[in-house]
Design a protein around this ligand. Structure first.
Ligand code: FAD
Length: 379
């Protein structure tokens, strides 16, 4: 991809769950909307609520090698915002390249056991390196377990804070990562599956939208602009998307890493000097939001997200996003129906907010009524 295309892409995909690219084709007029089984949205069906802090950097994720503590190499790999699962295989490949061009050492310490640490560690182990993960928390107690996770590079950067170099690396990483996840979808042990997804928009479309460089990663992408057929929504984008259930997926990655001979040690690092005391000469920093305190990156900021889990509804076979005075997204898993979402910057509280739960329940119940044909947009 040329740089202009990369920047064009980045302009359309910087923030928000609904950042899946809009489509280039109109639906033939005879195309009926698919039959939606409405989600059963009610406070009585709530199983639990979870809150996580996304490691958000306006300038995007960091992959960079530097000299550390005289004879050591430190490779930073963190700051994936709302897209850590999505980007993991692509940015891990970039971190691996940074490591290989900075050092010939074969014994590596990986700090952090979220999706970024595990993916990086697995990649290096498969290259035959001797890898130990050091982490304070392991799955299921990481932010990565709270991720949706819908495959989509959203809430990853601020468009005004990134340059062309980042744009090109981002596009490359997204492609590599999506390709890697396609392989996992062939194996039920990983909890990765395809799902049809809709973006319900209340905004009138302003003409045809140009094709975007990552469109091909969203198979079946089409935009519907027939409100009469689509419950009154002026614009509905439809595509298929990869879903990753992080509880299943991270457990499988840990098993893969340990079965491949990798080691995991639980420990907390308070300062860079603690890190420097590790025996390994190459260290990969995958501490997510922890990198802010541990290595003093003040550009790294928490982006709080709250999810509401409902009892599972196996007949649901689609996901959606919508923007109605705030983001709303829904997707089914084997173990629950997941309702989101929030993107509150610089909020550190990990307590669920009752007001946010009420917003999600009311908003999603409204959408369910529309999809059942009981109500229309604006009426
Ligand atoms: C509500 C919500 C929804 C999301 N939805 C999606 C989605 O749909 N798709 C998607 O791709 N992403 C999504 N994300 C984002 C995703 O969760 C993050 O980008 C991802 O978890 C970041 O992974 P990580 O490995 O960098 O961090 P973490 O999972 O936080 O892992 C960090 C690791 O470092 C360790 N650590 C940190 N500090 C120290 C220290 N000082 N000493 C020792 N160990 C330390 C931790 O214990 C942990 O093991 C969502 C996030 C939230 C909160």
């Amino acid at each position: 991809m040329d740089r202009r295309s990369a920047l064009k892409l980045i302009a359309g995909a910087s923030v928000g769950m609904a950042a899946a690219p809009l489509a280039s084709a109109r639906t033939p007029s005879l195309d009926q909307p698919p039959n939606f089984v409405p989600a059963d949205i009610s406070p009585r069906r709530i199983i639990r609520q979870v809150v996580g802090l996304r490691p958000f950097r306006p300038a995007g994720y960091v992959v960079r090698a530097e000299r550390f503590s005289r004879r050591k190499t430190l490779v930073h790999h963190y700051g994936h915002g709302g897209a850590g699962v999505t980007m993991s295989w692509g940015t891990a490949a970039q971190a691996e390249r940074a490591l290989l061009s900075a050092s010939n050492e074969r014994t590596v310490a990986v700090l952090g056991c979220g999706v970024i640490g595990l993916t990086t560690a697995l990649l290096l182990r498969r290259r035959g390196m001797d890898v130990t993960i050091y982490a304070q928390a392991l799955p299921p107690h990481t932010t990565s377990n709270i991720a949706g996770a819908v495959w989509g590079p959203s809430s990853l950067y601020r468009r005004e804070a990134v340059d062309e170099t980042f744009a090109a690396r981002f596009v490359d990483a997204a492609r590599v990562s999506q390709r890697a996840f396609q392989h996992f979808a062939n194996d039920p042990r990983y909890g990765v599956y395809w799902l049809r997804q809709y973006d319900f928009s209340l905004r009138e479309p302003s003409g045809e939208r140009e094709a975007q460089p990552l469109d091909h990663l969203y198979p079946g992408l089409v935009r519907h602009t027939e409100p009469d057929r689509w419950f009154g929504y002026p614009s509905v984008t439809e595509n298929h998307v990869l879903m990753i259930d992080p509880d299943i997926y991270l457990r499988a990655l840990m098993a893969d890493f340990e079965n491949a001979g990798g080691r995991i040690v639980m420990t907390r690092f308070e300062t860079p000097s603690d890190v420097a005391r590790l025996s390994e000469r190459v260290i990969v920093n995958c501490t997510g939001l922890g990198a802010r305190d541990l290595f003093g990156d003040e550009d790294l900021r928490p982006m709080r997200g709250q999810l509401t889990m409902l009892l599972p509804q196996p007949e649901l076979d689609y996901a959606y996003t919508a923007w109605e005075g705030g983001i709303l997204y829904m997707f089914p898993r084997r173990s629950s129906v997941v309702l989101g979402g929030t993107t509150d910057l610089d909020e550190y509280s990990t307590e669920p907010s009752a007001a946010e739960t009420a917003r999600q329940i009311e908003g999603h119940a409204r959408i369910a009524r529309r999809l059942a044909g009981l109500e229309r947009v604006g009426g």
